[in-house]
Design a protein around this ligand. Structure first.
Ligand code: LLP
Length: 421
């Protein structure tokens, strides 16, 4: 459920008509709903209320400071994968003690930043990383809590580019080698082994891969404890999918996911961490765009929008589907006709949908891409020298620009022409 609905014939974000935002901020623009973000976060809280837990929002899904502050104020922790994300979480007011640091390629500088600023735990993904982290922490006179990310070799049954839990993926340490690596970790100075971490992929629409992975995690927890490691925390990763199509069977709910966690690892007495990104913010955002032209091609029509692949890369990159809906509610029984929805970028890949069944739309009309709150703005670029897409946050009948659109002058001002030119 989200808070983007038609009211009085116009699509609203909560109580704000999207057309008002388009008029005042311009298009394309991302629009997020506070009520939806809050609701989704609380659903995860509820799903884990049977145990001590921390929901660490995966900052990579949406890293706007306003979104992070909103979630942080609700009690969320943060899962970060770079020094930049760590700095964002801190700037949004989230204490270091609620931040976990994931990712396969943490640099010495990033480690230092997080050790200095405070960290809940590092999720370590390899032996060289373990050694480097030990060196950095020890040299700073610190002891940092760590979990080792274990790759359980399960098939997450999701898009190949976002599956992470198979042995051929670059992530984590093979579960078969976990004991060895924990033994090494326990010997190294500056490290305190406290948990196990896993993340098997993103946009999972089936709970079975989770059940398999978490069952392996429970077994491993027992083995590691028998080896003498004080495992007190389990980081279950993120990845629970969202409905991208209104007409499709909905993926499992957070409460059902929480139940799988309870059934598989619930008896171990560990504190539970999860790292959801998409499920909290995906359906809490839309990308609002205006039609520039309706172009009649040979045998097909093209709706050319002012949003492009640089603003929302998911269709081009993952063949992802986003429902595209008109902002003015079509009258009941309005005819629909297939149209290709495209952006202005000079690539055929700049196609959002082929043969989308839409009512008659023309220049100046507004459309919204649903489910665009996750991996939308964060993956945007300035390709074709299109200024970075702005973001707006709605709360009830209020809205605020939480990232303005840079002017063309601002965009150009970042480049430097060397003195010899
Ligand atoms: N934790 C770790 C270690 C991750 O690598 C990820 C996502 C998450 C948590 C959050 O997963 P989520 O709950 O959002 O599914 N750009 C792609 C998605 C990439 C996901 C990468 N890792 C997309 O647009 O579909």
């Amino acid at each position: 459920m989200d808070h983007f609905n038609y009211s009085g014939g116009r699509l609203h974000a909560e109580d704000v008509p999207l057309s008002r935002i388009a008029d005042e901020v311009g298009t394309p623009v991302y629009v997020y709903s506070t009520a939806t973000l809050t609701r989704h976060f609380l659903l995860f809280q509820q799903a884990l209320d049977w145990t001590d837990h921390l929901i660490c929002f995966a900052v990579k899904a949406n890293s706007n400071l306003a979104v992070l502050k909103l979630l942080g104020d609700l009690g969320a922790g943060m899962d970060v994968v770079s020094g930049g994300e760590y700095a964002r979480a801190r700037a949004a007011g989230v204490p270091g003690g609620r931040i976990v640091f994931s990712g396969v390629g943490k640099t010495r500088e990033e480690m230092r930043l997080a050790v200095e600023g405070g960290i809940r735990q590092f999720n370590v993904e390899s032996e060289p990383e373990l050694t480097l982290l030990s060196e950095v922490a020890a040299s700073m006179g610190a002891t940092v809590p760590i979990a080792v990310r274990v790759n359980p070799d399960v098939d997450a049954k999701t898009h190949a580019k976002i599956a992470t839990g198979k042995s051929e993926n670059k992530f984590g340490i093979p579960i078969s080698r976990a004991r060895e690596v924990y033994a090494l970790a326990a010997k190294l100075p500056g490290l305190q082994v406290i948990g196990i971490d896993m993340h098997i992929g993103s946009q999972l629409t089936d709970l079975e891969p989770y059940r398999q992975a978490y069952t392996k995690m429970a077994q491993l927890c027992r083995v590691l404890r028998a080896d003498g490691h004080p495992i007190m925390r389990l980081d279950m990763g993120g990845g629970l999918g969202i409905p991208y199509r209104r007409d499709n069977a909905a993926p499992p709910l957070p409460i059902e996911y929480g139940q799988v966690i309870r059934e598989t690892v619930g008896d171990l007495g560990c504190e539970i961490e999860i790292e959801p990104g998409r499920n909290i913010v995906g359906n809490a955002g839309v990308l609002l765009s205006r039609v520039i032209y309706l172009k009649h091609g040979e045998g097909r029509d093209f709706l050319i929008l002012d949003a492009a692949m640089n603003d929302l890369i998911r269709p081009a990159m993952y063949d992802a589907h986003h429902d595209i809906v008109p902002v003015i509610e079509p009258r009941t029984g309005a005819e629909v006709a297939p149209v290709d929805v495209v952006g202005p970028v000079c690539e055929t890949g700049d196609t959002f949908a082929r043969g989308a069944e839409l009512p008659a739309l023309g220049a100046g009309d507004l459309v919204a891409f649903r489910s665009a709150g996750a991996y939308g703005a964060v993956m945007a670029s300035e390709y074709n020298s299109r200024p970075l897409v702005p973001e707006v946050l709605v709360a009830g009948d209020r809205f605020a620009v939480i990232r303005p659109r840079p002017s063309i002058e601002e965009m150009l001002a970042r480049d430097v022409i060397p003195p010899w030119l």
